[in-house]
Write a protein of this length. Structure first.
Length: 194
């Protein structure tokens, strides 16, 4: 019995040694991944950025879109203001007649008041949703125009990435050599004039 366990232990030790040897041989034979020198990587990888605040201030289409939103918002506020005034007028009439109203007239006024509130809230919500959708559509259109311009602009510039820079963004340093804001504004305004 003792001899069997000694033989098994010796065979196991021998097999572990063979596995260890094969493992070391295999790791020596595997080719190392070719790594480009840092200089070659840097020369083929270029990043540019544009200042979104400057774009918003100088892109004519953006200014016109903002103007449209303000006009729509003013119209919404005017409509809601008119509804509110007419409701206030009606409430004032009820208050003046309050002493002379019958029970049925008072209940009818109460139902009408609840209906006016519901109508007002429904209209307000509808107008706000329309305004929000209009804003989102304009944002999407502006983004699409910027992306289309940058796609064409980058054909011969070969930037790997073009980022939008914002005053409160995560970037702490920008090399102005890679600032393409002026080109972007000029190109977008030129295409907008057409």
């Amino acid at each position: 019995m003792r001899n069997i366990s000694t033989v098994i232990s010796a065979v196991a030790l021998f097999l572990v040694a063979i596995l260890f040897y094969l493992f070391l041989q295999r790791s020596r034979e595997q080719p190392k991944a070719s790594v480009l020198p840092e200089r070659q990587i840097g020369s083929s990888f270029k990043i540019a950025y544009f200042d979104i605040d400057s774009l918003e201030a100088n892109y004519n289409y953006f200014k016109d879109a903002l103007s449209q939103v303000k006009i729509k918002e003013n119209a919404m506020n005017a409509e809601l203001g008119n509804m509110e005034k007419s409701y206030q007028k009606k409430i004032l009439e009820w208050q003046q007649k309050a002493n002379s109203m019958s029970q049925a007239e008072s209940e009818q006024a109460q139902r009408e008041y609840v209906s006016m509130q519901q109508t007002y809230q429904t209209r307000k919500q509808t107008l706000q949703e329309e305004l929000f959708k209009h804003q989102e559509d304009l944002k999407a259109d502006i983004k699409k125009k910027i992306e289309a311009f940058l796609k064409d602009y980058n054909k011969n510039k070969t930037y790997s990435y073009i980022f939008e820079y914002e005053t409160n963004s995560f970037m702490y340093y920008q090399d102005t050599a890679y600032n393409i804001t002026r080109d972007l504004i000029e190109g977008l305004n030129a295409s907008y004039k057409k």
